[in-house]
Design a protein. Structure first.
Length: 258
């Protein structure tokens, strides 16, 4: 059963078509990679799915509901969370405060309760703190919870962003270049973490990634796009031997192209 069904998605910037009639489905409780050459439209697709861009045409069905025209916070509330290629942390806030901010979409106490510190608000804050600590423990940086985010090593800042995304309690987690800037050992740990998120938390994963070693190791299905269109989908073995994928990444042989 598909948790996400993208149908005929099209995005234009003036005369430029960034995504052209793109359709694909993501199965529930799966790990899928969306790959393609630079400029293929991967991040534009993510931005459409999460409401940062408004597609011109198509449908985005998530858990059976159409998310087209929904604002980003409404999409997050529906159960879709994402990370970014470039870190977007509150660097002058603590690690714990960063993760707690991710739970804002799950909080219900109003402004009056917050100002008056009513029992319901205090109980919700306690629950938010405890769950945020669980997220930090899951990604392995609970011992850093009182440090400022800007003082963490880069690899731990990445983990902090993942923890904040988990704090939104998503059904589908979109990871935009999660391996960017990580060393070999950190990427191995990332592969294990992605698999644990699916196995232990039951969260479906969709990722964009340029590191093909990471993609081949973690993905059950790979979707390849080029010039905003799907050119292939399948298992790692099917994709790495697909002539259209090889051509998209490496180009045609000069003699063949003449």
């Amino acid at each position: 059963m598909a948790i996400l069904d993208v149908r005929n998605l099209t995005l234009r910037f003036g005369g430029l078509t960034a995504i052209n009639n793109l359709s694909f489905a993501i199965e529930d409780n799966s790990i899928t990679a969306l790959i393609g050459p630079n400029g293929a439209g991967k991040t534009s697709a993510f931005n459409c799915l999460t409401g940062f861009y408004k597609a011109n045409e198509g449908e985005i069905l998530f858990c059976g509901k159409n998310l087209m025209r929904k604002r980003p916070f409404k999409i997050t509330e529906s159960g879709m969370a994402r990370t970014f290629q470039n870190l977007r942390l509150f660097k002058n806030k603590t690690v714990l405060e960063n993760v707690m901010s991710g739970m804002h979409c799950r909080c219900s106490a109003g402004i009056i309760s917050s100002i008056l510190r009513l029992p319901a608000q205090r109980a919700e804050e306690k629950k938010t703190r405890e769950f945020s600590e669980e997220c930090l423990e899951f990604v392995g940086i609970l011992d850093q919870k009182d440090r400022l985010a800007q003082n963490l090593p880069y690899g731990d800042q990445r983990r902090l962003e993942w923890a904040r995304a988990l704090a939104t309690q998503p059904k589908l987690l979109l990871l935009d270049e999660p391996g960017a800037g990580l060393n070999y050992d950190e990427k191995k740990e990332l592969i294990d973490l992605i698999k644990r998120i699916r196995r232990e938390l039951g969260i479906t994963i969709l990722l964009i990634e340029h590191d093909m070693g990471l993609v081949m190791n973690v993905s059950e299905k790979i979707i390849v796009i080029d010039y905003g269109q799907m050119i292939a989908e399948g298992t790692a073995d099917e994709i790495k031997n697909n002539p259209r994928v090889i051509e998209a990444y490496l180009g045609k042989d000069e003699e063949e192209a003449v």
